[in-house]
Design a protein around this ligand. Structure first.
Ligand code: 5RP
Length: 270
């Protein structure tokens, strides 16, 4: 692995504990103005100091994140279908590697839809991007999804994660499921979990805790942070699980006791 690749990977996966809290705000690329993320600049600003990295599209990066920001960028680089379109799995690569480099991306994210109509096309997107990433020393995050008729269980998620790793993804994002440790064991690269639909805060913290306890390297979480009644408190509570090893009750206590007006807390207090 070349130095640039190693350096970018360490920006994403943390320098000390190899873990990450990635803030996902890329939902608009197929969902449009998602609830809670209608005004991305307002959502991102207060959360950014507490994120190890941010996952987003180039349009939101350019317009809603200050270039002075030091937070590593995970650039979503696949897309092409919307929630009202023909099939969500019909994706292509939507930005060039040159533009990703101009935008100083530390990692590129591409979706693979295993068991869906356009499975092959999305796997070819991953293969092409891994080649491009290797050329320039940029790691690739494979975002796994499984077909509509497939349950999100360890069998299918394990299948999707393993295929993504076999294709050369450096990090794989998936969903937490029962027997998650079997998914981790059969995937030789770090796994991060999506938060999924909004849960009660305590349940979302339990999800993060269960995933980390089963071997996940971190979270790539969106809705359960910015749809929370107190997004800054929530991301801090998630951090306490991922980086400080707090249990659910302890992290929930920090969530409950965090004053709701603490959104402007500085990075120094992280
Ligand atoms: C959408 C994504 C999201 O970034 C991912 O699902 C994480 O967000 P959430 O925690 O809201 O599920 O990749 O395709």
């Amino acid at each position: 692995m070349n130095w640039g690749m190693k350096n970018r990977l360490s920006q994403i996966m943390g320098q000390d504990d190899g873990r990450c809290v990635m803030l996902a705000v890329d939902h608009g690329y197929f969902l449009g103005p998602t609830e809670g993320l209608e005004a991305p600049r307002e959502v991102i600003g207060p959360l950014l100091p507490f994120a190890d990295s941010i996952m987003l599209t180039r349009g939101i990066l350019r317009t809603c994140v200050r270039p002075e920001s030091c937070v590593p960028v995970v650039l979503r680089i696949s897309g092409g279908s919307s929630i009202v379109g023909e099939d969500l799995s019909k994706e292509a690569i939507i930005a060039s590697i040159e533009d990703a480099i101009r935008l100083n991306a530390s990692c590129l994210a591409v979706s693979v839809f295993i068991g869906s109509k356009y499975e092959h096309q999305t796997l070819m997107n991953l293969a092409r991007l891994v080649d491009e990433g290797e050329k320039y020393g940029i790691p690739i995050l494979a975002v796994t999804a499984v077909g509509r008729d497939m349950s999100r269980d360890s069998r299918y998620l394990g299948l999707a994660c393993r295929i993504a790793a076999e294709f050369g993804a450096h990090i794989v994002k998936t969903y937490y499921c029962d027997d998650f440790d079997t998914v981790v064991r059969s995937c030789p690269v770090p796994l991060v979990i999506a938060g999924g639909k909004k849960l009660d805060e305590k349940d979302a913290l339990k999800l993060a805790h269960d995933a980390i306890s089963s071997g996940a390297s971190g979270v790539d979480m969106g809705r359960n942070i910015w749809q929370s009644k107190s997004p800054v408190s929530m991301i801090k509570a998630v951090r306490s699980i991922v980086h400080e090893g707090l249990d659910v009750a302890e992290s929930y206590t920090t969530f409950v006791h965090e004053p709701s007006g603490s959104n402007m807390t500085s990075k120094l207090q992280k």
